[in-house]
Design a protein around this ligand. Structure first.
Ligand code: PLP
Length: 360
């Protein structure tokens, strides 16, 4: 198994000789509000479902997603997190030449390598705020059969203009574009920017993770939607019972109550906007760290003098885990990423970063 992810909470707790619950994990990009109360209740009320096999194709959950987005359920597959799709796509689509817009989430490249494909990268520059250049990307996409685009991007937080993606889709009809929208629910008016409803494109697939917005990474649920022909190819690789029984019940319940979901999403967006504004104001009190301007609750920041490993180690001593971004292709030892939490924990982060950055 390839595990290219960052921070390990258990390892830090072991190093510090404390309980894992004492670690403030700001390295994982999940909703700082935690899961909706309703989800916890649904799990408690439905524990007995684990005694039975769930629907093999998670049909009811798929129908919920399709109804919510007003799309054909036959253009949707539910999976064991979007990770399952990321690792299956290169194989199912028989890709040979994969292009990845970076710096980005490392699993796209790891998935390619699992299938013996060495991907190409188009790397955006820090100097340009990590915004990709359409002409540069388009030139490379012309030689690819599969392109991964993360929008908004992890770890840069960059949000693309929909016209950027539309132009690529139109210019390269023979290339499959996978748009990972796992963090789009955190963005104001994310629904309008989503490509889930972009029906007519025969070369588009969209990834939607439930892990991030609902803070349920342990439940393992996500969706793939898009062009019917491509969905059919991926479906041929799907195993029965790909989504566990509790996850199916929870997600069905969420889509049965769209108004509750919308309320939760709105609250999340307001929460993140407030904490981010607070952090950026506090950040003016200390130097040595420059946040890249992005559209997500997680923040990529460039360090001036210190290395990511030094800063992560220093804040680690305060039992705070942030992401050392050295191993992101296209970044280096001067980048860290952290996900803001509630005010109490964000205050601790600011104090710890200030202290860490004051050390030469
Ligand atoms: C951009 C992006 N896509 C997909 C995933 C995978 O999430 P999951 O498999 O839980 O849906 C992650 C996880 O960190 C991610 O950052």
């Amino acid at each position: 198994m390839i595990i290219g992810h960052g921070g390990n909470k258990t390892e830090l707790a072991r190093e510090l000789g404390c309980h894992v619950d004492e670690i403030i994990d700001m390295s994982a990009n999940i909703n700082p509000m935690g899961p909706p109360e309703r989800i916890k209740q649904v799990i408690q009320d439905n524990v007995s479902v684990i005694q039975h096999l769930p629907e093999p194709d998670a049909r009811s959950m798929v129908q919920g997603f399709a109804r919510y987005h007003d799309i054909d359920p036959d253009t949707v597959i539910a999976g064991n997190g979007t990770t399952w799709f990321i690792y299956t796509l290169p194989l199912a689509l028989k890709a040979h030449n994969v292009l990845i817009l970076g710096p980005t989430y490392s699993d796209y490249a790891d998935a390619c390598r699992m299938h013996k494909i060495e991907p190409e990268f188009w790397i955006a520059e820090c100097e340009n705020g990590f915004a990709p250049d359409l002409e540069g990307v388009s030139k490379m996409a012309a030689h690819a059969d599969l392109v991964f685009i993360c929008n908004p991007n992890n770890p840069t937080g960059v949000l693309l203009d929909p016209a950027f993606v539309t132009t690529l889709l139109q210019r390269h009809p023979g290339v499959c574009f996978v748009v990972d929208e796992s963090y789009l629910p955190f963005v104001d008016d994310g629904e309008e920017l989503s490509f889930i409803q972009a029906g007519p494109f025969p070369n588009l697939l969209v990834l939607s993770s439930m892990s991030k917005i609902f803070a349920i990474p342990g439940l393992r649920t996500g969706f793939l939607s898009g062009a019917a022909g491509l969905i059919q190819k991926v479906n041929a690789y799907c195993q029965p019972w790909n989504v566990n029984a509790l996850a199916q019940i929870v997600i069905q319940e969420m889509y049965d109550h769209p108004e509750q979901m919308a309320r939760f999403t709105d609250k999340t967006r307001a929460f993140i906007a407030r904490e981010k504004q607070w952090f950026l104001e506090k950040k003016q009190d200390f130097s040595g760290l420059w946040p890249v301007s992005g559209h997500t609750g997680f923040i990529l920041a460039r360090l001036q003098d210190q290395t990511a490993s030094q800063v992560c180690k220093a804040v680690g001593q305060d039992r705070i885990l942030i992401r050392d971004c050295t191993n992101f292709h296209g970044l280096n030892h001067r980048f860290v990423r952290f996900s803001l939490k509630d005010r109490e924990r964000n205050v601790k982060l600011v104090a710890s970063l200030k202290k860490a950055l004051a050390h030469e």
